[in-house]
Design a protein. Structure first.
Length: 525
């Protein structure tokens, strides 16, 4: 071998080895001592074995900042391509400098160009202060460094490709450390954010600045921990106990999603009989509409193999959203949950519901809506929080959606709940179905009868009870309603719900519907 080539090959091998060590063994040990994985260990769990193809691996190795604090490239999950970046806390604390930002930007850009999902593993305090954060190193400028300095592709503009990728490819973020600034706003533009208890934090500014500015004493866990964002702010879609669990759940989520907006989600051979009946529903659902039950139990019985991937399970629990499969095909599920706030529609549930519906519509995921609601939650708290504006987001999402959609009323749908849950005709539902035990109206049966008959002279409790029973068996009877209401497409026995939904979605699979051509609508944000 030529001596020159041999020397250069040894230099290359050494550079690669140095790059893979990140900030060095001491900092790796420190990362492990905090209960955290390294940037590369995270990719090993997230991606299929030996599938990672790294880009710009040698950036910064010569100056002692391997990768400039980020590992970028492409790999596969269950054989399907994704683009990924993983911020490296062992190099300059994972802060976003010039090359770091360019690498992150170009990874998102490549994912968009290839029309495959983007997954960002975020572990950075944000923009780097001084030095390589915003300008090239002092000294002679290389062509690469000079062009980087002039580039519009940097950490501060990474929101541009995030925004343009929205609705074209799924974007998933994991926040795996204490992140601020750029490192929270980029994830906030993606479709899903996952966090880990005690180690993940998202905040605009940290506790020290809060204390200086407002005099408020607060820990970073109280300010922006995973529990706060999962339960209070709704920023976090799911939180987990360990990084390994978090990364494995991202892999699981990917199995429900298509690669881009032009594809359908993958069909999985689940082995669950599409003709299976659901007799258990008779015991799970109390058919007296005022009694509470957890709608998740109903969902798990209906979907294939009880496999339900819930989104935002700790936020606005009065509505449940998530992904399941029916005969191996992904469906998005929206359901009122009577065990929380009686399944009322609220400011927070409206945001959660509208966002989920729009995601499903972006990515060709049919939607089934299970309805059991007493309508919008009344009171000054909700009104002052803007329930009209937030509820309008749901109406916008429903009317904008073009994917197949089935609405099934389980027990009750009163008043405005018929709007917010797509029961009334003209909101885009392809099928509106009833269970035979449901009741529908502006008010509940007792309230309706009291309103019309309660003030009549000579009306006794016994006569009122008779009127209630008469109303229940006639006007409020779904079987009677279906005999003259053409907008009720069928009454379905609870046990046949699964088989009916599977058959219906098969019929609706070829649905083609387009909204009027325009630049874009103006959703009431």
């Amino acid at each position: 071998m030529d001596p020159f080539l041999e020397r250069r090959l040894k230099e290359l091998e050494a550079a690669r080895k140095k790059s893979k060590l990140g900030g060095g063994q001491e900092k790796i040990d420190k990362q492990h001592a905090q209960g955290k994985l390294t940037a590369r260990e995270r990719l090993d769990i997230l991606l299929d074995p030996d599938s990672f193809y790294e880009t710009n691996a040698l950036i910064g190795h010569h100056s002692g900042t391997p990768g400039d604090g980020i590992v970028t490239g492409s790999g596969t999950i269950d054989g399907r391509q994704v683009f990924v970046y993983s911020q490296d806390r062992t190099v300059l604390g994972g802060s976003i400098g010039l090359e770091h930002g360019i690498k992150m930007y170009e990874t998102i850009e490549r994912a968009l160009e290839m029309r495959v999902p983007l997954i960002g593993l975020n572990d950075s305090p944000g923009a780097r202060a001084g030095g390589r954060g915003g300008a090239p190193d002092s000294g002679p400028l290389s062509i690469r460094t000079f062009s980087s300095f002039l580039s519009q592709k940097h950490g501060g503009s990474v929101f541009y490709p995030n925004t343009h990728a929205s609705g074209i490819i799924p974007q998933i973020s994991a926040v795996l450390g204490t992140c601020a600034g750029i490192s929270v706003y980029s994830p906030a533009l993606t479709d899903f954010i996952f966090m880990v208890d005690q180690t993940s934090h998202m905040m605009i500014t940290g506790p020290a600045m809060v204390k200086v500015s407002l005099g408020e004493e607060i820990t970073k866990e109280e300010l922006g921990g995973a529990k706060v964002h999962a339960q209070k702010s709704g920023v976090c879609d799911n939180r987990y106990q360990t990084e390994e669990e978090c990364l494995k759940e991202i892999r699981r989520l990917m199995g429900f999603l298509p690669l881009n907006c032009d594809e359908r989600p993958p069909v999985v051979q689940t082995g669950d009989d599409p003709n299976r009946t659901c007799e258990e529903l008779h015991d799970i659902v109390p058919f007296k509409p005022s009694r509470a039950f957890d709608v998740r139990k109903l969902i798990e019985v209906i979907v294939d193999n009880r496999d339900f991937f819930e989104i935002k399970p700790e936020f606005a629990g009065e509505i449940v959203t998530g992904f399941g499969r029916l005969n191996g095909k992904t469906v998005g599920i929206v359901a009122n949950n009577p065990s929380v706030r009686a399944g009322s529609l609220t400011v927070d549930s409206s945001d959660k519901q509208a966002r989920f519906i729009r995601f499903c519509d972006c990515f060709n995921i049919p939607i089934v809506i299970f309805v059991d609601t007493p309508a919008y939650m009344p009171g000054s708290g909700q009104e002052h929080a803007g329930i009209i504006r937030h509820g309008a987001k749901v109406l916008y999402a429903l009317c904008e959606a073009t994917v197949p959609r089935i609405t099934l009323v389980l027990r009750k749908a009163y008043g405005g709940g018929n709007l917010g849950m797509s029961v009334l005709p003209g909101l885009g539902a392809d099928l509106v179905l009833y269970w035979p035990t449901m009741e529908i109206g502006v008010l509940g049966i007792e309230q309706t009868v009291m309103l019309f008959h309660g003030m009549q002279e000579g009306m006794t409790k016994e006569k009122l009870a008779e009127k209630v029973e008469e109303y229940r068996n006639t006007t409020a009877n779904p079987i009677v309603d279906a005999s003259f209401n053409v907008n009720v497409h069928d009454v379905v026995a609870p046990a046949e719900t699964r088989t009916y939904l599977i058959r219906s979605f098969e019929i609706l699979e070829g649905k083609k519907k387009r909204i009027p051509e325009k630049r874009h609508g103006n959703i009431p944000l």
